[in-house]
Design a protein around this ligand. Structure first.
Ligand code: C2E
Ligand code: MG
Length: 719
């Protein structure tokens, strides 16, 4: 710095105004005046502060730049010691400058120049420090060893200091801030990351350096920042948004990200700065708040708001698809009494237990909500039958048969349920809930602990169905099931080839019921498995008896429903029953019901093959009705097709029915299968089917389904 000052002075022809060598006084005076003026000019206008101190360290001369640095005029500065001119002088580390460390003092004491001392001088005018680099050069008179004055230059480095300060502050912030920061070049390649970034993502600077910003985003979770920037633009304050980040350990996390551009003086982007924070906790809290808005805090069940939302939404679908739905309104009977007697704590405990029990009973697709106080609502969508909700209502009521224990108290509670149906009882949420509520009041009036449909006729039907179901479940134990047998004959010879077992139910009050009235219910409630086993066992035992009695009969034909057949233990059950009844498998023929018994799985095909391998014949019942795939005919080892009676009824008078019968017969024979026609009532039908090549027949013409000891039947078996 001092060198520069000397160079500046060197611009003068000579720096000789203090050396009186010239002899011509006029010339001397002129020269001195010119030199003095040049010096003054330079002294005043040079941008470095210049100060002359005498041998006692007292300021003798000060230039303008020095005045600026102190923030004081030279009148005040001159005549005082250097450091007396400022309120405070500090070193770079902020500590005060001691008198003896001062460059001019050192230079005076040692006689050596002191250079490059950085000092902060308090500027009175600016009320802040001016930072300077000071050089102090001692000057000597000829022949003297002690300096007679000190030339001090002060170079103002305040601006430089400030930017250094800012930089170091930025660096401190960059590495200590809690947010992750990474900087990319203009091509979005990462060039720098901070410590928080490594903590948050697990990636070090080295692992991400040169990688594209995409590298830090979780796959397929959301919009890429780049795409967002293209789509929405950077905006005045950069871009902000939620971005899913990837962690080195593969656990993605949501972040709130801000992206800013850094531009050069021409306005071209040189860098992008990405700042982000992990918002996992924030999102969790947000989710929790969202949950609280739509759920009951005690039971955690959907509240009234969410319930209505779900019903609204579901009704739109139901409307479009033409499906049915139901609202079940539950009110706990005499809950208020429990609350009053035992206190709210026990009441709350009871409500929680109640909701737990109910939750176990409703389907996943149903919405179960706490509607208010002791009122609960179950919304069932897509119900196949209007009587289905009654079943659930019954289960809900029954679940309170068992007492509830809360904090050692044994509480007995019951519930009343009201049911409204979409669309018949209301087409919108409000109406459905209001009507279910009204039905619930009716249930209360009827003595509580029961359910009512909004429409009384529906209640009646539902009760009937339910009582039928419970009676059916007891039919085996009550010995109410009966098997009738119907002959099957060879159409060519008229000889008996087999008998089909057909089940009936002797209902305690309704009398003999046909299988069409109860088999679908048995299938629905799963009772068909027990019923089917009962039929199979009784039919096999009957066959054994007939064979033992010497009757001429080839096959016992037993109907099997799809529900039974698709059970994995079906083959084992058949084998067990055959063994139990002592009947050889070759006497058994299974009629697989209609078109829907196949699920096409390998397991099903394998089971069918196992049965055939055991010597059991298989027939497809009601062929031509339902949706049996022809492809299955190739894959499963059936022996016979049974033409449905609906094609037989008009086989004589209706050409189309005749064509269908002909086609089925041709198809069967083409596949080397036998064909039997069901429902032959007249000779004409018999003859027509026989002419079409049908092998066997069954129908009232040969005999009604009758009890095994029927004489007509027994006679046929002897011939
Ligand atoms: P299916 O297997 O097609 O049985 C033939 C039905 O036609 C029987 O009705 C029989 O009484 C009736 N039928 C027989 N000959 C004639 C006739 O000449 N004219 C007319 N109009 N009908 C005739 P049923 O006994 O009421 O049985 C109805 C259905 O119930 C059966 O149809 C069968 O699918 C089912 N079923 C009967 N018993 C059982 C059983 O033990 N298990 C299973 N899973 N289903 C059974
Ligand atoms: Mg049948």
């Amino acid at each position: 710095m001092f060198e520069k000052f000397k160079q500046d002075l060197g611009a003068l022809d000579s720096f000789d105004f203090m050396i009186p060598q010239l002899v011509s006084s006029k010339l001397i005076i002129e020269t001195l005046q010119a030199s003095e003026s040049r010096y003054r000019n330079l002294f005043e206008h040079i941008d470095q502060g210049v100060i002359y101190l005498d041998e006692a360290g007292v300021v003798m001369a000060v230039n303008q730049a020095a005045e600026n640095i102190f923030g004081r005029s030279r009148n005040i500065i001159i005549g005082r010691k250097f450091l007396d001119n400022c309120f405070k002088a500090i070193q770079e580390d902020g500590s005060a400058f001691q008198e003896q460390q001062q460059p001019s003092v050192l230079a005076l004491r040692t006689g050596n120049p002191v250079e490059g001392v950085v000092m902060g001088l308090f500027n009175v005018e600016l009320q802040s420090y001016s930072w300077v680099v000071i050089n102090a050069v001692p000057e000597f008179r000829v022949g003297e060893a002690k300096p007679f004055q000190i030339l001090m230059t002060l170079t103002d480095i305040t601006q430089q200091k400030l930017s250094e300060g800012k930089l170091s502050m930025a660096s401190v912030i960059f590495n200590n801030i809690g947010e992750s920061i990474f900087v990319t070049d203009k091509d979005k390649k990462i060039i720098s990351v901070n410590e928080a970034f490594t903590l948050m993502t697990g990636f070090t600077q080295r692992e991400v350096h040169g990688k594209n910003t995409h590298f830090l985003q979780a796959k397929k979770k959301d919009l890429k920042v780049d795409e967002a920037l293209t789509e929405y633009g950077m905006g005045m304050n950069g871009w902000q948004g939620e971005v899913w980040r990837r962690h080195k350990n593969n656990k993605d996390f949501p972040s709130w990200t801000s992206v800013s551009e850094v531009k050069d003086s021409d306005g071209a982007v040189t860098h992008y700065v990405h700042v982000f924070m992990d918002i996992t906790h924030f999102k969790k809290a947000q989710d929790h708040l969202g949950f609280l808005a739509y759920h009951d805090p005690l039971t955690k069940l959907p509240n009234r708001l969410l319930l209505k939302d779900r019903i609204d939404h579901s009704l739109q679908n139901a409307q479009r698809e033409g499906s049915q739905a139901a609202v079940l309104f539950l009110d706990l009977d005499r809950f208020k009494g429990i609350n009053d007697t035992y206190g709210h704590d026990i009441g709350d405990g009871l409500l929680m237990e109640v909701s737990k029990r109910i939750k176990n009973l409703v389907r996943k697709e149903d919405t179960f909500s706490r509607y208010a106080g002791d009122e609960f609502v179950v919304f069932m969508e897509n119900i196949p039958d209007a009587k289905n909700p009654a079943k659930l209502a019954k289960k809900l009521i029954d679940t309170f048969d068992a007492p509830v224990y809360i904090k050692g108290h044994r509480l007995k509670i019951s519930t009343s349920v009201g049911i409204s149906l979409f669309p018949q009882d209301g087409r919108d949420t409000e109406t459905l809930i209001t009507n279910a509520d009204a039905a619930m009041y009716r249930a209360k009036k009827k003595g509580r602990n029961n359910f009512q449909y909004y429409s009384p006729a529906m209640t009646h039907e539902a009760f009937q169905k339910m009582s039928m179901e419970s009676a059916l479940r007891q039919s085996i134990d009550q010995h109410e099931l009966v098997l009738h047998y119907q002959p099957q004959v060879c159409l060519k010879t008229g000889k008996l080839v087999g008998v089909e077992s057909l089940v009936r139910w002797m209902h305690p009050t309704r009398g003999l019921m046909s299988p069409q009235q109860f088999i679908p219910i048995a299938e629905e409630i799963g009772f068909i498995v027990a019923l089917g086993e009962w039929v199979l066992q009784n039919a096999c035992m009957q066959m054994r008896r007939w064979l033992d009695q010497g009757f001429l009969i080839n096959k016992m034909v037993v109907n099997v429903s799809a529900v039974q057949f698709l059970r994995s233990d079906f083959v084992a059950t058949v084998e067990r029953i055959l063994a139990l009844s002592g009947l050889e498998p070759c006497y058994l023929e299974l009629e697989l019901a209609g078109g829907n018994f196949m699920d096409n799985s390998e397991q099903t095909i394998q089971a069918l093959n196992q049965l055939v391998a055991a010597g059991i014949d298989l027939t497809i019942d009601d062929f031509g009705v339902g949706c049996f795939s022809f492809n299955n005919l190739k894959r499963i080892p059936v022996k016979k097709l049974k033409i449905n009676s609906s094609f037989v009824v008009d086989v004589v008078n209706n050409a189309e029915d005749e064509d269908i019968a002909r086609a089925v017969i041709a198809l069967g024979h083409g596949l080397h299968l036998q064909v039997i026609a069901m429902g032959i009532e007249s000779k004409d039908q018999q003859n027509r089917l026989s002419n079409l090549g049908c092998d066997e027949g069954q129908g009232y013409l040969y005999g009604y389904p009758v009890l095994p000891w029927s004489e007509v039947f027994q006679k046929m078996m002897k011939d």
